[in-house]
Design a binder for this molecule. Structure first.
Ligand SMILES: *Cc1c(COP(=O)(O)O)cnc(C)c1O
Length: 386
């Protein structure tokens, strides 16, 4: 199998699995209990908290473990909205967010909140002037993702934060696609809240974290026991948290080297496709984007058809996000770039990672041109006389 869908999820690193194993076997004690095993497990959680804090250059007390990126996004947005509802009812986000953000915002509309969805440029970047104009006295929260999961574009968070600080508006970012890939400093980014998820950087599924800046007392979303300083109830997913911590430690150590290697592979893949498949549009900003992501539209072909043929060759890719596959609508991200429906329907995303190799790239380059040619020959849209 050739796996090129790292933005959907990543395999667990072997070292992460090894770190987790004792907590799935003998070290089962509840971290809130009072005997030795419990205290040791509590210590393991606190060590993981430090490891995640180091990844973000923040204090461990600013890290709260969740069940993943979706819960972190829901918590940051809903609890902020409800806590500040007296102050205002306006939230600003972008039109290319992950559905964990978009659908949370849509839910809040039903409760009387007003949401502004900022447009993006053809490269997928939010315009600061447009954001400035969207801010009103009612604005309580801005939530804009760091890097987009489909096209990889990276938003100018520091500049946005500068704008919001003057006005005292809280700033949340979904950094699920950059945590573990890029060096992150929450102070430099200037955000008040940041979501991340373990399974996007070689940790386990079902665990993530929300950074909440010291000084912002975000109320809990989940009520119950006193875990996570009373901010997130529920017996801790000890094995998952330990795995997330180890994944954070490994990422911090190894990301710089990985970035160089993976970028070279991604660039090579794009170049090979550019040379061998005519009428392809490459999506996303050429420089300001994730080094592992290639997103393209192959004109006159359906993305899903290409995926089926790639799957037949043992190649796993995506036509956008895993969360919307199965729906017939083209990607909301590609439509927001201004691509026509019929072009957006022909999208392919290859996202690479630490187990990707030259031969993976060669394999795609070897089969994609034929797949496209075959599908185009059957397409009524393909102008055959050329
Ligand atoms: C995967 C992803 C999420 C969801 O994270 P889960 O841990 O799977 O809930 C949220 N935002 C972005 C940008 C993602 O890529």
């Amino acid at each position: 199998m050739i796996y090129l869908d790292y933005n959907a999820t990543t395999p667990c690193d072997r070292r992460v699995l090894e770190a987790m194993e004792p907590f799935l076997k003998e070290r089962f004690e509840n971290p809130s209990s009072l005997y030795r095993g419990s205290r040791e497990n509590k210590k393991a959680i606190e060590q993981a908290r430090q490891q995640v804090a180091r990844l973000l250059s923040c204090a461990p007390e600013e890290i709260f473990f969740t069940s993943g990126g979706t819960e972190a996004d829901n918590w940051a947005i809903k609890s902020t909205a409800w806590a500040l509802r007296e102050k205002g009812n306006h939230i600003i986000t972008s039109s290319i967010e992950h559905h964990a953000v978009l659908n949370t915002c849509a839910f809040l509309v039903k409760q009387g909140f007003r949401i502004t969805y900022l447009p993006v440029s053809a490269e997928g970047i939010v315009d600061l002037e447009v954001l400035k104009k969207a801010i009103s006295r009612e604005t309580i929260l801005v939530t804009i993702m760091h890097a987009n999961n489909e096209i990889g574009t990276i938003q100018p968070l520091t500049e946005i934060a500068g704008l919001l600080k003057e006005k005292g508006i809280l700033f949340h970012t979904d950094a699920v696609q950059t945590a573990g890939k890029l060096p992150l400093s929450v102070k430099e980014l200037g955000v008040d809240m940041l979501s991340l998820s373990g399974h996007k950087f070689y940790g386990p599924k079902g665990v993530g974290a929300l950074y909440v800046r010291k000084g912002w007392r975000l109320p809990p979303l989940l009520h119950g026991g006193e875990q996570e300083h009373g901010r997130r109830a529920g017996t801790e997913n000890v094995a998952g948290i330990v795995g997330l911590g180890e994944a954070a430690r490994l990422a911090k150590e190894e990301m710089a080297e990985e970035a160089v290697r993976v970028r070279a592979l991604r660039d090579k893949l794009e170049e090979k496709i550019r040379q061998s498949v005519p009428e392809v549009i490459f999506n996303g900003h050429r420089e300001k984007r994730l080094y592992n992501t290639a997103n393209l539209c192959v004109k006159y072909v359906e993305g899903e058809s290409m995926l089926l043929h790639l799957d037949f060759e043992g190649i796993c890719a995506s036509s956008g996000s895993a969360c919307t596959s199965g729906s017939l609508e083209p990607s909301h991200v590609l439509l927001a770039l201004g691509l026509p429906h019929e072009v957006a329907h022909g999208s392919l995303r290859f996202s690479l990672g630490k187990y990707s190799t030259e031969s993976d790239v060669e394999a795609v380059a070897a089969v994609l041109p034929e797949i496209v040619a075959k599908l185009r020959a059957m397409s009524p849209l393909w102008p055959k006389e050329r």
